[in-house]
Design a protein around this ligand. Structure first.
Ligand SMILES: *Cc1c(COP(=O)(O)O)cnc(C)c1O
Length: 427
């Protein structure tokens, strides 16, 4: 693979930006080497600055469920652009966006738009505290909720692969307000509520954790969580920034039939532009300013361009309902790879749900953070580079989840299966 232009760009970037990037995991530190730069992206294909074409399974870390540069999203943006890029007053797109979210996400009655997933989770925990008058937040080890101070404790994603899950710069006092529990452990959950239930403002969870390998909840775990929150007057917050609109139109809550009090959204909701949102029961959302005492604001929140792109992304999902097809693609790809791993006696797992999957080198399925820390990341690095050299771009970290988009063709998937299978055989 040619990389000269990317390397030159990265050398310039390193002089100008910490690590040469604007978001740490992009720097390829956990697989080694240096990142390629993308010149353009279309459908399932990234074209690098050196003109190499790659089948993309990062999908801009989740948003690109329709693939890159979708013609309908481009058209919506062009139309919105004619009218201006930002107004600072309410605009019609915001109302349509809110209606779409309410229609698709079962637990949401009212919504507020923000500009990133981080803003959404940060606002959810403030709202939970403001509305319950309590301080403690429960999170689960390995779950990543953006770079919010009090949620960057035992977090997944980039925070995990950089070996300092507890970031510098977070006062211990903040971290003390966060109770960290193991995912999938009902006993730990019950004990936490038994001892501190009256202090817990809310529990935030990735209902399908996907930032420390893809982990699925054991049967009954989310239901247990719901029941305990209800019994103790704590709010249940689903961070569906990744899973929202991805695993079903209404996210995990629709798929599992478990209703949170608040939901954080992001990624797909922006159609490739920087958007987040959070929503929930009207009586809770009405604690927000200007209706209530919990302050939250944003100069560019509800931006017309971002709304136009996001509305179209959601509209396409409603129109195409691609979930079954995406799931089939995910299953087929994972099966091909796993069959080879098995035949070669390689300890491998491929957890998959819908269009999300994660190739893990581990002899046992990963059900929590401690197990995730034991996976063989070096072997993943080998597979990552084998795939990259053969035109397939997997996430540059063993802990991140792969995504399939509606733009991935069956040829793309067959080629990917062939490359991954050949990669495993070469070990
Ligand atoms: C990506 C992600 C976030 C953070 O979203 P940003 O837009 O990067 O701030 C929060 N929660 C989950 C589950 C995510 O996957």
């Amino acid at each position: 693979m040619k990389t000269t232009t990317s390397e030159n760009l990265f050398n310039r970037a390193k002089e100008l930006m910490p690590g040469g990037v604007n978001s740490p995991v992009r720097a390829f530190r956990s697989v080694g080497g240096s990142p390629f730069f993308t010149e353009r992206a279309d459908g399932a294909i990234l074209t690098t600055a050196d003109g190499e074409e790659l089948i993309d399974y990062v999908c801009t870390w989740g948003p690109a469920i329709h693939g890159h540069n979708h013609p309908a999203i481009r058209a919506a943006l062009a139309e919105a652009l004619e009218k201006g890029t930002s107004f600072g007053t309410p605009n019609p797109y915001e109302v349509e966006m809110a209606e779409r979210i309410r229609d698709m996400v079962p637990s949401v009655q009212k919504v507020r738009m923000v500009n990133s997933g981080t803003e959404a989770t940060m606002s959810c925990i403030r709202l939970a505290r403001g509305c319950t008058g309590r301080d403690k937040i429960v999170k689960f080890a390995g779950c990543y909720h953006g770079h919010v101070d009090s949620l960057l404790v035992k977090a997944g994603s980039g925070a995990l692969t950089f070996g300092h899950p507890d970031s510098a710069g977070i006062p211990e006092g903040f971290a003390r307000e966060t109770i960290v529990l193991p995912f999938n452990d009902e006993d730990a959950l019950e004990e936490a509520f038994r001892s501190r239930g009256e202090e817990i403002a809310g529990v935030i969870v990735e209902p399908y954790p996907a930032n420390n390998c893809l982990i699925l909840p054991q049967k009954g775990f989310l239901q247990k969580l719901r029941a305990l929150c209800t019994r103790h007057g704590s709010l249940l917050i689903f961070d569906e920034v990744m899973t929202g609109f991805r695993v079903a139109p209404g996210g995990v809550q629709e798929k599992e039939g478990v209703m949170p009090d608040l939901t954080a959204l992001g990624k797909i909701i922006g159609g490739g532009l920087p958007v987040g949102a959070f929503g929930g029961k009207a009586e809770i959302m009405d604690y927000l300013a200007p209706e209530g005492p919990v302050y939250q604001a944003g100069t560019l929140s509800g931006n017309p361009l971002a709304m136009a792109a996001g509305i179209t992304a959601l509209w396409l999902l409603k129109k195409e309902i691609p979930y079954e097809k995406l799931n089939q693609m995910g299953q087929d790809l994972c099966k091909a790879v796993l069959d080879t791993a098995k035949a070669k006696g390689l300890p491998m797992q491929m957890p998959q749900t819908g269009s999300m999957f994660s190739p893990i080198f581990s002899s046992k399925p990963v059900t929590n953070f401690d197990q995730a820390l034991k996976i063989d990341t070096e072997r993943f690095g080998l597979l990552f580079y084998y795939a990259l050299q053969h035109g397939v771009y997997l996430p540059p970290s063993a802990y991140e989840t792969c995504f399939i988009s509606t733009a991935h063709t069956s040829e793309n998937l067959e080629k990917t299966a062939d490359v991954l299978v050949a990669g495993l055989k070469s070990f």
